[in-house]
Ligand binder design. Structure first.
Ligand code: ADP
Length: 513
């Protein structure tokens, strides 16, 4: 029987794990709906049916409906298929012309593909046994939904839910737009206004679509969504400034009252050193505390922190696998990242020669800009027993590196949330981060007076501030083993599950319903 008290949310995303992933959006869309359902909501996911979705999922899909819908002057086919994955009903929009492609993005007609998907999401509500109260849009790919909702569906009615004679009006739907990446806004030639979106120039202006001579999907969504969220509280503040705002700061400032930041969680079941099949020996936070004495004989033991045995095994296995000197006494600093300017690699490159004069090891796992790949490859060539450069994408190796490393560098220029530092802490590797965006909100800086903290942080985008922190971390590793182990223990104890953040999204939906 239908539970009418449940919040009905349609989560619209262009990618979701485990069907297709290119970045953080895929992780969020793959895990947040399930976390919300566990809190009692009825959240369903809708996404394109890409050719590259693994066959085992395609085999489970069931046909729901098909129809033709207008897109500018076109009449386009829309198929809807569905499956249930880990308790979440997922709808797939099927159209061979737009989605029978291996990648999610990067095609000459991305603007048209995205417009098609946004329109198809709304049109589907005339055929689904599900009338959402809120559509949760994500990034520019679904940022057109609020504009279409207002400009094309003002008078339309959704399909009546089972047991009801009348459907809900589209005008009752509220929208949330979450920014995962503000750099990409969906900016295209103005010809799309009439040709693809089917709006007049005046309508496009009224719907906030115009950006100079172009159309800008994200600006429209940011102007018309009922709520805007981004993936950390600090980044929500930062995007109101000229430096971080990517030319949308005017909207953020004028809509500050509907903008908030909610931190991403991670899938703590898939990323768990206690059960991870990709690491040699399992460990958990409890292994980071040693019972030391029972001085008064009352059965209560003092504890002191220690690096878990399983983590030391992982370090040894990692050093052996990558051909580094096998020595637990040598601290490992790692980078697991896209090698781009955003990730602060120019800072690393500026100081790495000086830092490598210390007795340390460096591991880089990542692909990206040639200048960075070249630098790390040449360092690995010169010092093969101290530097390893792995220039490919390798999920299992990344787990080994998180488990085996002592420190993970994330000195980003900007970082909406960032997963690397969260996963590092989850595996007891201490992040060294710049205080920006989600890095600032997730890493607790080491406090030398009371020993608290989960990593090391620095404020300014300055190579020597990074170097100073790396040297401080090095000194603690060598000279204050108890403080180092205490930080590892605190990092392992942090709760990065979706529980807290999912509740915040649910509260946000409730404000709108
Ligand atoms: P972004 O989404 O900006 O790239 P995040 O920190 O949010 O950065 O997420 C990066 C994710 O990709 C992390 O889970 C990280 O472990 C993973 N990752 C990055 N590069 C690689 C790689 N070469 N091999 C395996 N995993 C990688």
């Amino acid at each position: 029987m239908k539970d009418t008290n449940k919040e009905r949310i349609l989560f619209a995303a262009f990618e979701a794990v485990p069907f297709i992933k290119t970045g953080g959006l895929g992780d969020v869309a793959g895990s947040l709906p399930g976390a919300l359902n566990r809190l009692g909501a009825d959240v369903r996911l809708i996404m394109p049916k890409f050719a590259s979705i693994p066959q085992k999922y395609k085999d489970q899909m069931v046909h729901v409906a098909d129809f033709y819908m207008p897109l500018g002057w076109r009449s386009q086919f829309v198929g809807i298929e569905t499956l249930t994955f880990r308790g979440v009903i997922v709808y797939f929009i099927d159209n061979e012309y737009y989605f029978n492609r291996d990648q999610a993005y990067g095609y000459y007609d991305d603007g048209e593909r995205v417009a098609y998907f946004s329109r198809a999401v709304l049109e589907s509500l005339k055929y689904l046994d599900f009338s959402p109260q809120v559509i949760h849009c994500n990034d520019w790919h679904t940022a057109l939904i609020p504009a279409f909702l207002q400009g094309k569906y003002g008078l339309d009615i959704m399909k009546a839910a089972p047991g009801q004679t009348e459907g809900m009006p589209y005008s009752s739907i509220r929208t949330v737009l979450t920014i995962h990446n503000l750099k990409f806004q969906g900016k295209f030639s103005g010809y799309m206004i009439g040709d693809v979106l089917g709006f007049s120039q005046l309508e496009a202006e009224n719907l906030g679509l115009i950006d100079g001579d172009a159309v800008n999907f994200m600006r429209s969504g940011l102007s018309f969504a009922d709520r805007i969220t981004t993936v950390s509280p600090t980044y929500a503040d930062e995007i109101c400034t000229d430096f971080f705002g990517e030319n949308a700061q005017d909207i953020f400032n004028s809509r500050r009252d509907v903008l908030c930041g909610i931190l991403n969680g991670i899938d703590t079941k898939a990323l768990d050193p206690e059960t991870d099949p990709m690491i040699p020996e399992h460990y958990c936070a409890a292994d980071a505390w040693l019972k030391v004495s029972d001085d008064d004989g009352d059965g209560s033991y003092e504890t002191s922190p220690c690096v878990p045995e399983g983590k030391l095994r992982a370090k040894e296995a990692l050093q052996q696998r990558l051909g580094l000197a096998t020595d637990p006494g040598k601290p490992i600093y790692s980078i697991i990242s896209r090698l781009t300017d955003q990730k602060g690699l120019d800072l690393v490159v500026a100081i790495i020669d000086e830092f490598l004069q210390e007795d340390v090891q460096l591991i880089v796992l990542g692909v990206g800009e040639h200048k960075y790949e070249e630098k790390f490859r040449s360092l690995a060539g010169m010092m093969p027993d101290r530097v390893s450069s792995c220039q490919f994408f390798d999920e299992p190796l990344s787990h080994m590196i998180y488990a085996g490393s002592d420190f993970v560098l994330v000195p980003s220029l900007f970082e909406p949330c960032g997963l690397t530092q969260i996963i590092a802490m989850r595996y007891g590797a201490l992040p060294i981060v710049r205080e920006t965006g989600g890095l600032r909100d997730t890493v607790i800086p080491y406090n030398q007076f009371d020993g608290t903290g989960t990593g090391f942080t620095f404020a300014n985008y300055n190579a020597h501030e990074l170097l100073f922190k790396m040297k401080e971390a090095n000194s603690i590793f060598h000279n204050n083993k108890e403080a180092f182990a205490g930080l590892v223990a605190h990092a392992l104890e942090q709760d990065f599950s979706w529980d807290v953040s999912a509740q915040k999204y649910l509260d946000l939906y409730r404000e709108l319903i």
